[in-house]
Design a protein around this ligand. Structure first.
Ligand SMILES: Nc1ncnc2c1ncn2[C@@H]1O[C@H](COP(=O)(O)OP(=O)(O)O)[C@@H](O)[C@H]1O
Ligand SMILES: [Mg+2]
Length: 608
């Protein structure tokens, strides 16, 4: 039987002491008694050698036991951080230090967990909550843990309760990607001051603090202005970007109000683009609720100007003399209809698009877009108008950005969404910005942007999960976008997405999983199930005794030991609940499980 409990008491120490005593006796005896000294000297030598061997073994075992006490928090200064990064190399992402967690580690943990660990090793005084011994199992073989960047394309899900270390892990990863020159986008629904601060510090570390961009609706003075409608190849794209914000009762795209709103948006955006106007949120809202005549007037005039030479002198009489814009448009439309009868090639898709709106019953129209208008208002009210529909006065306005600019300039953008103040608006901003990013990153060729990698970090990811988010997850690899999603529980996702099916779609897209301390039982189960399984051994003791009633003197007894084996999770659910702060289990590239701990980056003191 090769079953051995690795954390037995330190018997080697007893043995060492005994051999040492023998050695002493062997030295002492010949001095007192008149016997030949040589055999005793030889015996003393023999005992000393054995004592030394045992002392070495005892020291080794003692060290292993001491490691079970866990570690204090680990602060990493920037010089050591850079040294580690050099060692890790540019093709890998550094995730902290740790060791691979396989069957031997699972077995050791299983054996320890069966006993009272504190009886084997006294806990460190005043240490934080958590089972430090989990890391102690392999702490003597600690190495830098790495994730190949190629595999990070498969996205990474980070799960952990408040205070477990999600933000510290983000710090570590953000700093690396900033140093590597990626475009970095940090989406922070709840607004963690540290996250913004550390992203800025990372830019300073990389030697260019101007790469940092701060966006936060609650601080409009300091906030960069972002136009989420700046990039598109077709008007339908922008329409879909906004329509995705409409929450339908059924949660499906088949909702007639949503479908109508999307059509209405397409008409307006087409009109704006056709007349050479920037289709930002403010303009879209104005033409959605206002009359369509002004837009149609411009569009038709522009249209005729391009197809009819000297149009301004050949405007039909009834159009020229129309007293107001309504009559003028009515006459223009009539002229358009007449002329495409004789010149079918004069038909314009943009005009046709807008004519649908023009000819639609007004009352019905307002009823159908009733769920869209509040969204448009919220995105264009007060400070939002300037923040999300910025007017570009100079072409290179430093206070304005958009996804294309972010990628081109390798910006590091912190997006505070302030969902605590207004959940809906925060989520809406996150959604349209992600949709914009998906469009640009997915079709870089169309937008003429470099293939610079984009790393996106989303804290409290369940807060902003939405359809564009899901399509970014799907397209990520081809688009050279790496997503890192942090969440406290998986139930949050199911609650926001409305179905476990969608939740699995989202999470199934993450090839890498980092589990910090998890409080929620259901999440612990989910994570444990996502990891591989292993086989654990244990000894089964059986004792039996029997007497026969008709022959009470015939007594038999037996004791047997059997080595049993059972199938078990590599990391059972309760372990996730027992992790100390900043410690984690991770399942990397769907291939290996590691146990790790995170350093806290120690930034230099800053001048206020
Ligand atoms: N600079 C620091 N000094 C000491 N402890 C820290 C420091 N930064 C973070 N911690 C500890 O690390 C833990 C993880 O913090 P954090 O990453 O912000 O958690 P999360 O984002 O998961 O809520 C916290 O419990 C905190 O006590
Ligand atoms: Mg946090």
């Amino acid at each position: 039987m090769n079953y051995r409990f690795a954390y037995r008491p330190n018997y080697d120490l007893y043995s060492a002491t005994t051999w040492a005593l023998f050695a002493l006796v062997a030295v002492a005896v010949p001095a007192g008694i008149d016997l030949p000294a040589q055999p005793f000297q030889l015996a003393a030598l023999f005992c000393t050698v054995l004592a030394i061997v045992r002392i070495a073994q005892a020291a080794l075992h003692g060290r292993r036991l001491a490691l079970l006490r866990g570690r204090p928090l680990w602060f990493l200064d920037l010089r050591s951080f850079r040294r580690i990064l050099r060692r890790v190399g540019g093709d890998d992402l550094y995730l902290g230090h740790g060791f691979e967690w396989g069957q031997p580690q699972a077995q050791a943990a299983f054996d320890l967990a069966k006993r009272d660990v504190r009886s084997i090793v006294p806990a460190r005084q005043g240490e934080s909550l958590g089972a430090g011994w989990l890391h102690g199992i392999g702490a003597d073989r600690e190495q830098p843990l790495t994730l190949p960047l190629q595999h990070a394309m498969g996205h990474t899900l980070i799960v952990g309760t408040t205070g477990a270390g999600k933000t510290r892990l983000f710090d570590l990863l953000i700093a690396q990607r900033v140093l590597a020159g990626d475009t970095v986008i940090v989406i922070d629904p709840k607004g963690d001051r540290d996250l913004a601060l550390n992203a800025r510090r990372a830019c300073a570390l990389a030697g260019d603090e101007t790469r940092f961009r701060f966006f936060h609706p609650a601080f409009p003075d300091r906030s960069v202005r972002i136009d989420p409608m700046a990039n598109f190849t077709r008007p339908t794209e922008l329409a879909a970007r906004i329509a995705a914000l409409i929450q339908t009762a059924s949660g499906s795209d088949g909702d007639p109000f949503k479908a109508f709103s999307q059509m209405a948006l397409t008409q307006v955006v087409t009109g704006l683009v056709g007349t050479g106007q920037q289709p930002n949120l403010l303009a879209i809202k104005r033409y959605l609720q206002g009359s369509v005549e002004e837009l149609l007037d411009r569009l038709l005039s522009d249209h005729f100007r391009t197809i009819i030479a000297d149009w301004d002198h050949r405007i039909p009489e009834d159009v020229r003399t129309a007293r107001n814009v309504e009559t003028r448009v009515a006459k223009l439309v009539a002229f358009y209809r007449r002329s495409i009868q004789s010149h079918p090639e004069w038909e314009s898709p943009a005009v046709e698009e807008l004519l649908q709106r023009y000819e639609h019953n007004r009352e019905h129209y307002s009823k159908m877009i009733a769920s869209l208008m509040p969204i448009m208002s919220q995105l264009t009210n007060g400070v939002m108008a300037e923040l999300l529909s910025p007017r570009r006065i100079r072409s290179e306005d430093q206070g304005i950005s958009d996804t294309q600019t972010m990628i081109r300039r390798a910006e590091v953008v912190y997006l505070g969404l302030d969902t605590l103040t207004d959940g809906f608006v925060g989520k809406a901003i996150g959604s349209i910005l992600l949709a914009d990013l998906t469009a640009v990153a997915g079709e870089r060729y169309n937008y003429g942007v470099s293939n610079r990698p984009v790393s996106v970090f989303v804290d409290e990811a369940a807060e902003v999960v939405c359809d564009p988010f899901i399509s970014l997850l799907n397209k990520g690899r081809g688009a050279n976008v790496r997503l890192f999603l942090a969440t406290q529980t998986l139930g949050d996702f199911a609650a926001k997405l409305g179905s476990t099916h969608k939740t699995r779609m989202v999470l199934g897209n993450c090839n890498n999983l980092v589990a910090l301390r998890i409080k929620d039982g259901e999440t612990q189960e989910y994570v444990a199930e996502a990891l591989p399984r292993t086989r654990l051994q244990y000894l089964m003791h059986m004792q039996s005794a029997s007497t026969l009633s008709d022959a009470p003197m015939l007594y038999s007894a037996g004791a047997t030991q059997r080595l049993m084996e059972e199938d078990a999770p590599l990391v059972p659910p309760p372990y996730f609940g027992a992790l100390p702060n900043l410690e984690f289990f991770a399942y990397l590239s769907g291939a290996k499980v590691v146990k790790g701990r995170l350093p806290i980056l120690r930034w230099p003191e800053e001048r206020p």
